[in-house]
Ligand binder design. Structure first.
Ligand code: ATP
Ligand code: IP8
Length: 266
């Protein structure tokens, strides 16, 4: 049993949920993505998914990201974590009943943060199951924080952290737009998509990036890129594709030609 360099796949909450409808799930999209993951049959895959209309609205309502200040937030933390386990369960259903050996790893049980940054990660279970050929599935979650009491850990911070910890071969990020643009393509029809960016070029366009048009406590596209930069600095390439379009996740995992934005160190 050995642990070779994994591919880290992030499936955005904008893809698997309807961000305009609280607790709205895109079950058909989840099923299709599970089909593509099965067909791609990637060796050493780590999957992370986002919160979309499950985690974000509940976290916002109870100001979970800002940390513990009053008793009434306690149930808010529990609710936020719970809705994430519900979304994760739907995703796991689609993977497992297709025969994908996916095992859910609950971030709030093995990760702690300090002021929102991961400082503690009990990774022996994760390493063990990866070595055995299972596919770990993690997600953005409400987590315990040594300074704030609790906070929200974004799936994007988790993606970069796991990619660096396990020296990933590559990162594939599935979102609901075709790639990274010089402006939000949902609000600016003149927005131009980048096919390829070096880290230096990415830093130049970083200030143009927007958040999210829907409820998003973790900062949308701008924060996604900020989180991914350390992994890119490490030499891990990031490919961003539109996961709402059929075959894109399959092609990205197989290393086939696909429309999207490839970001590399040089
Ligand atoms: P979640 O945080 O729920 O997992 P996600 O990771 O799928 O969601 P968002 O954080 O919502 O995705 O980010 C994707 C959104 O970012 C797109 O829907 C798009 O409208 C918005 N966006 C803002 N600026 C840009 C940009 N410059 N290029 C591409 N998308 C952008
Ligand atoms: O959607 C945040 O993760 P993200 C998850 O990857 C919660 O930013 C609980 C809001």
């Amino acid at each position: 049993m050995s642990l070779s360099r994994p591919t880290v796949l992030k499936i955005g909450g904008s893809v698997i949920t309807d961000k305009n409808k609280e607790l709205g799930v895109q079950m058909e999209v989840i099923s299709r993505i599970a089909d593509e993951i099965l067909e791609a049959n990637t060796k050493n895959l780590v999957i992370v998914h986002g919160g979309g209309s499950f985690g974000h609205p509940v976290a916002e309502k109870h100001a979970v990201k800002e940390g513990f200040t009053e008793e009434s937030q306690i149930i808010g933390f529990a609710e936020t974590h719970h809705v994430m386990t519900v979304l994760n369960g739907l995703f796991m259903d689609a993977l497992i009943w297709r025969g994908i050996p996916a095992v859910s790893i609950t971030p709030s049980s093995c990760i702690m943060t300090q002021n929102g940054r991961i400082t503690h990660f009990e990774d022996s279970t994760l390493k063990h199951l990866m070595k055995m050929g299972f596919i770990p599935v993690l997600y953005g979650d409400a987590v315990f924080d040594t300074t704030l009491g609790f906070t929200i850990l974004s799936g994007d911070q988790l993606v970069a952290f796991l990619a660096m910890r396990f020296n990933a071969k590559n990162i594939v990020v599935g979102v609901d737009v075709n790639g990274l643009y010089d402006a939000d393509p949902k609000t600016n029809e003149k927005a131009k998509m980048f096919d390829h960016l070096t880290l230096a070029e990415l830093r130049n366009v970083q200030k143009l990036l927007g958040g999210s048009n829907a409820c998003d406590v973790t900062g949308g596209m701008a924060n996604k890129i900020t989180e991914l930069i350390p992994a890119i600095e490490h030499g891990i390439p990031v490919l961003m594709v539109n996961a709402t379009k059929p075959k894109n996740i399959y092609k990205a995992l197989k290393g086939e030609q696909v429309r999207g934005t490839l970001i590399e160190k040089e």
